[in-house]
Write a protein that binds this ligand. Structure first.
Ligand code: FAD
Ligand code: NAD
Length: 469
């Protein structure tokens, strides 16, 4: 069977399915090929969505167990993990089903199976299931949106039961007594928080001497302290060199990052969360001559074109911030460029959010980056302990920090630890996109009592004139 398309997209994650919708809106005949059997990619199936569903449920559990009493609410609390996991699965099912509906609504062909690029202008789909026939899709353009996978760690073999990636950590059948998380990055701290709240003793082993490396230094330090206060233990500057499984648990061998005496650590479950790597297995890129960068990312130019005409790539597979919203925006712009329009992404104002409690949110430059670049900046900071809404909510850990250019007052970065930090950062993202200043934020009326007032106060503080501190 043969079909001719304007664009065939391989991979139905946030990059792929959003590119498909935008291409269809622009009148392009579009197909999306996905082998998972469900649309939404890593994000909806085993990433953003299930992790946030469990973070929310486990937060409720922790509140009920430890915080309700101070509000005068007496409750007897017990955990029904099966229901919690089931609710998470239902959220995933509903949202992925919603994407399938959007494909139909936009008249996009959703082809289930593994896509192989057999030539420029040709994608062959190997459907799963016995006896299913190959399908050849002829097309003017192809977008590679095959995403990423968990980076493996030598000597620590994942079985998704005792030694898990994030995927297994979203599916544990019971709360482990102890869990070791390898990597103090975003996944490690989010999923470590989930299982700590549900009762596991969590130890995070990190190669470097900072948690959340790459984030503003003050934020990384304070967040680690807050997580320690919540009961997570950290073993910094340590590398895991091997793992031995037994029925009763896993024994890890570790040593100092720079080398040293080996030590052992036992845990019921080990979560490997040392980063993600691009996924291009079986895609046939070598045969069609698509250039691949050193670490396996697909090389693209500013218009998301690979070196082979008519083959584009977007999302995690091309590198940069491995975030769903970055993949989505690239999908939109790529489709627009393909349709003859111009598109643009400001990579300097993509927010990054860690959904721990409190949340960590960041956009633009960190203090460390500004210092290194020799940029003169002013810093304004405001703690949530002085924000009335945060005090009403008994949720007042953290601060908002705004960094602005000394001469022009233009906002260069914002770093938040705090309740709803991930929502609060968006105000600053918008101001940065419009080239706005700290003064602009400071002059905008903010509703009272509200958490966004902490952002306004941090902006006022850039000029040394915060009101409530
Ligand atoms: P993916 O979502 O990985 O989608 C690629 C799809 O391509 C997959 O479904 C795969 O099955 C399919 N595919 C691959 N090869 C083929 C082939 N040959 N044929 C057919 N189909 C193929 N990001 C955020 O912004 N916020 C978050 O809160 C967040 N939380 C996360 C939590 C976890 C636990 C993880 C693992 C990730 C999280 N991320 C989060 C990152 C986010 O999931 C990714 O950045 C995003 O999914 C990337 O989108 P993508 O479309 O590039 O690739
Ligand atoms: P990460 O890059 O955030 O963190 C990995 C951590 O592991 C780093 O701190 C690193 O120093 C450490 N590490 C690396 N090798 C190690 C080793 N051998 N031993 C000990 N520590 C080691 O990666 P991640 O947490 O796996 O997440 C992967 C990607 O998924 C990230 O790029 C992230 O953007 C995305 N993600 C985003 C969200 C979100 O936006 N809320 C949530 C989850 C995942």
């Amino acid at each position: 069977m043969s079909d001719t398309y304007d664009v065939v997209i391989v991979g139905g994650g946030p990059g792929g399915y959003v590119a498909a919708i935008r291409a269809a809106q622009l009148g392009l005949k579009t197909a999306v090929v996905e082998k998972r059997g469900r649309l939404g990619g890593t994000c909806l199936n085993v990433g953003c969505i299930p992790s946030k569903a469990l973070l929310q449920s486990s937060h409720h559990y922790e509140m009920a167990e430890h915080e309700f009493a101070s509000h005068g609410i007496k409750a007897q609390v017990s955990l029904d993990l099966k229901t919690m996991i089931g609710r998470k699965d239902k959220v995933v099912e509903d949202l992925t089903g919603g994407i399938e509906f959007l494909m139909k609504k936009n008249k996009i062909d959703y082809v289930i199976g593994e896509g192989v690029i057999t030539a420029a202008g040709e994608v062959t789909v190997k459907p799963s299931g016995k006896g299913a026939k190959k399908k050849v899709l002829k097309t003017k353009n192809i977008i590679i949106a095959t995403g990423s996978e968990s980076t493996p760690l030598k000597g620590v073999d994942v079985d998704e039961k005792q030694i898990v990636t994030s995927t297994g950590a979203l599916e544990l059948g019971k709360v482990p007594k102890s869990m070791v998380v390898i990597g103090a990055g975003v996944i490690g701290l989010e999923l470590g928080s989930v299982w700590r709240r549900l009762g596991a003793e969590v130890t995070v082993v990190e190669f470097l001497n900072v948690a959340l490396p790459g984030m503003d230094g003050e934020v990384s330090k304070q967040m680690k302290r807050l997580l320690e206060k919540q009961g997570i233990k950290f073993k910094m500057k340590t590398k895991v060199t091997g793992a031995k499984k037994a029925k009763a648990g896993v024994t890890l061998t570790m040593e100092a990052s720079e080398g040293g005496k080996a030590e052992k650590l036992k845990a019921d479950v080990v979560l490997v969360a040392i980063g993600r790597r691009p996924y291009i297995d079986g895609l046939g890129l070598d045969k069609v001559g698509v250039e691949i960068l050193d670490r396996g990312f697909v090389k693209v130019d500013d218009d998301f074109q690979t070196n082979v005409e008519g083959i584009y790539a977007i999302g995690d597979v091309i590198g940069g911030a491995m975030l769903a919203h970055k993949a989505e925006d690239e999908g939109v712009v790529c489709a627009e460029i393909m349709a003859g329009q111009t598109g643009h992404i400001d990579y300097g104002s993509i927010p990054g959010i860690v959904y721990t409690h409190p949340e960590v949110a960041s956009v633009g430059k960190t203090e460390e980056q500004l210092k290194e670049a020799g940029v003169k900046y002013k810093s304004g900071k405001f703690p949530f302990s002085a924000n009335s809404r945060a005090r009403c909510n008994a949720d007042a850990d953290g601060f908002v920090k705004i960094l602005a250019d000394t001469e022009t007052d233009r906002v260069l970065g914002c770093h938040i630890i705090g309740p709803q930090g991930g929502d609060l950062i968006q105000e600053v993202v918008n101001v940065m996109e419009f080239g706005g200043s700290a003064e602009d934020i400071a002059r905008i009326c903010h509703g009272h009592p509200g958490l966004p007032e902490a952002v306004k106060e941090a902006a006022l503080s850039v000029d040394g004139r915060a009101i409530h501190i």
